[in-house]
Design a protein around this ligand. Sequence first.
Ligand code: NAD
Length: 288
Amino acid sequence: MTRTIDKVTVLGTGVLGSQIAFQTAFHGVDVVAYDISDEILETAKQRFHGLAARYTQDLPDAGTRAEEALGRVRYSSDLADAVRDADLVIEAVPEALELKRQVYTQLGELAPERTIFASNSSTLLPSDMVDFTGRPDRFLALHFANEIWLHNTAEVMGTPATDPDVYAAVVAFARRIGMEPIELRKEQPGYVLNSLLVPLLNAASALYVDGVADPETIDKTWRIGTGAPAGPFQIFDVVGLNTAYHISSVSESEKQRRFAEIIKERFIDQGKLGVATGEGFYRYGEQA
Ligand code: NAD
């Protein structure tokens, strides 16, 4: 059976949910943006206008498409209303397992039979949630990266119960909205991207903590040795040192916790959070 996805609902209008909804609308697909209150949806509208400006600035051939995309988004704080006509619901609610399970329980009761559910969770596996969806064959993960219009991977990861036709329809949808689908054949914590990136960043921070080499030297080695455009400390600056701190400070590895202390003392306490504040491991600005 061929399934087409023409109507999409995104749950959560935060950092990623707003980007996913806007990217969908930007590529001509009608989208409903759902969040838990009208007040939050007012903030979301500002977010969407901010995204329209970013798309226009960053994508040279965007023309008037970003403005037009705003007209394709309908806002709703009523879950039954938001999902009543959806072919696909993409869930981007906060990264808390119990909350997501509650959301899927409710959603499973309210959404039409045909509707596919996809989770954008970064750290949970679809298997953690599948039993709460009421439709194991129509559930999988569809994971986007921050700044979706620039970093356009969409990692697609099912459970053993996911129907291959559903998987294929979601891959086709991802492609339709300008994503490069990354097809995972089995469940993997961290998907493909973070399975590669996290060990690299951990190894780089260990070299730094141990005083083996400074960040510039480590980055230069990686760039020249592999041809990659950026080294791990340049990546830390893009991710943001606050995020790096939060992840490292709760690590089981003592060395990672030491890295968290160092970046707090040397950078975060000085207001140096990376590219976003103009300085982190490197300085940014006119000369950057
Ligand atoms: P966020 O905190 O910015 O946004 C979460 C949104 O969900 C908020 O608008 C909140 O009001 C809303 N919300 C809360 N409870 C809800 C409910 N019951 N139903 C619907 N909406 C509800 O979070 P985020 O950074 O956008 O992350 C959302 C998901 O996306 C997480 O699973 C996260 O792992 C994943 N993700 C985040 C990033 C990132 O860089 N931020 C990247 C990839 C994936």
